[in-house]
Design a protein around this ligand. Structure first.
Ligand code: HEM
Length: 323
């Protein structure tokens, strides 16, 4: 079986063992799965962490087990299934601060204990987790929830906060992603980079029930401050219109189209906003896109048209193509 012993090699841990040679010693895939299961059972009961994790933890539990196996020098199945680990990128959407890191480590260490992993093997694992977990936390986290006036005072004191970027995260990106209009306005007032594509992308990707008006106002404000309407972001290199199509926010899709969004833009999978709307069963946005001239016969990489996909696989949305 293909192994990946070199990929995540860390400096030699104090115990003299390297992380990337622990796989067999710890008990192979069976042990990695048991550790992941125990850890996620503990997470499931944690009131602080639970809301951040998906409702059904089984897929994540398997991914984490595969990741662990690969990191410890076992088969490279994680990379084969999920691509490069890119932990920073995968954790970026979550509000991870010092308390979350502490809880996470607490449960991981408890899981290691519960499974009776020998101390000599636990040490390199603990070292790895202790070094890695804090790097996934967000340095701006305390500012996200800060009320407006203290935030204004913090910006007066340290103006560069408005433009600070850490691993692609910014205060503006967070505020835009929560459709927090007053905060977006304040940050732009202090020179936050409205032109950075990520804020608009996050605003278009958000969905806050019953607050579409605020979402639209945030999108309009970002566009006024120079956000590129067709700016691409994320792993799939999607445009804001792709995101609004997936989320089904018709009002935001309208604002983007009025501002010149490319209706036939293709993401890295070669899919258009209309195809994304169909994939996600978003009838309202699909109707809007068709009304603005989106091509129902545009083909994906396999040569299938959007119309074909809708008629065959999406009965709820297929009806708008058969009219
Ligand atoms: C050493 C530290 C950590 C490692 C090695 C790690 C690793 C991973 C891996 C491999 C995944 C699965 C990614 C995939 O779907 O392919 C994952 C998901 C996740 N991790 Fe971590 N993680 C760490 C720390 C943390 C911390 C401190 C938190 C905060 C509580 C956290 C929260 C999450 C969440 C919420 C997901 C689910 C993502 C989703 O919904 O797809 N992780 N982590």
């Amino acid at each position: 079986m293909k192994t990946n012993k070199q990929q995540y090699r860390l400096s030699e841990p104090p115990s003299g063992r390297t992380l990337a040679t622990l796989y067999e010693e710890i008990g192979g895939m069976h042990a990695c799965r048991r550790l992941s299961e125990r850890f996620h059972d503990l997470v499931a009961d944690d009131l602080v962490l639970r809301a951040m994790f998906p409702k059904n933890l089984s897929v994540l539990t398997e991914h984490f087990a595969l990741f662990l196996a690969e990191t410890l020098g076992g088969p490279a199945d994680y990379s084969a299934k999920r691509g490069k680990p890119r932990l920073l990128c995968r954790h970026a959407p979550f509000p991870i601060g010092p308390p979350e890191v502490e809880r996470w480590l607490h449960h991981m260490f408890a899981a290691l204990e519960d499974l009776g992993v020998a101390d000599t093997l636990q040490q390199p694992l603990r070292d790895y987790f202790t070094q890695t977990a804090p790097t996934l936390s967000d340095p701006f986290i305390s500012f996200y929830q800060m009320p407006l006036e203290p935030l204004r005072a913090a910006l007066d004191k340290t103006r560069s906060l408005a433009t600070a970027i850490y691993e692609g995260r910014t205060l503006l990106r967070d505020a835009a992603g929560r459709w927090d209009l007053p905060r977006v306005r304040l940050l732009l007032e202090y020179g936050a980079l409205g032109s950075m594509p990520d804020a608009l992308y996050r605003a278009a990707n958000a969905h806050v029930h019953g607050r579409d008006d605020e979402g639209c106002a945030v999108v309009e404000l970002l566009l006024q401050h120079g956000a590129e309407v067709n700016g691409r972001c994320g792993v799939g290199s999607m445009t804001p219109l792709h995101m609004a199509a997936r989320r089904g926010t018709v009002a935001i899709a309208k604002v983007l189209i009025t501002a010149g969004a490319d209706i036939e833009a293709r993401d890295t999978k070669g899919e258009t906003p209309l195809r994304r709307a169909v994939n996600c069963g978003q009838e309202g946005v699909a109707c809007l896109l068709l009304a603005h001239g989106a091509d129902p016969l545009s083909q994906d990489r396999q040569g299938r048209t959007v119309q074909e996909i809708a008629l065959k696989g999406r009965p709820n949305i297929g009806k708008i193509f058969s009219k």
